[in-house]
Design a protein around this ligand. Sequence first.
Ligand code: IMP
Ligand code: MG
Length: 178
Amino acid sequence: MSKQQYVIDQMISAKTIAARIEDLCLDIQKEFSGTDKLIVVGLLRGSFVFIADLVRELDLPIEVDFLEASSYGDDMESSREVRILKDLRGAIEGRDVLVVEDIVDTGHTMHHVTRLLKGRKPSKLRTIALLDKPSRREVDCKADWTGFEISDEFVVGYGIDFAQRNRNLPFIGKVRFT
Ligand code: IMP
Ligand code: MG
């Protein structure tokens, strides 16, 4: 697949993403106002750019942790069976937690991760996804906040990869095979 020729068409500009993050952070601040420590959990690797921009816009006391769940591998299809490849460093019991995901696609990853983390008894658990592809959903699951809803397109950029490439594009683009 990855040997195929493709071009990337810009879909969401860096400026549009930045403006949306400002709005989302106002909501998140309201939701977590008064927290003594919010643990912002990035799902590796796709959320690393989003979480970096998000935390710099958040006016709250925070810690950052990461969790890696298996996903597509180098394929364009979700594996459905979710495995934890790297767990959190810290405990979350009794803490406020915000899980940061790049895309909710079939929903398996978000569903699995939220169930796992809820079992650790955080005082509050909320989720945010930069992108949502509702038409692809296989399990009932929705992030508390979504940056943008998109149709069934394969996207890259702003941390999101196709076979590990294109994560460093500053915008979100769709992959078009030529
Ligand atoms: P889900 O478990 O099917 O919801 O898949 C979630 C994961 O699949 C996301 O965290 C992404 O890493 C990956 N993914 C889903 N759609 C895309 C895409 O369009 N481009 C690149 N990765 C994607
Ligand atoms: Mg991912």
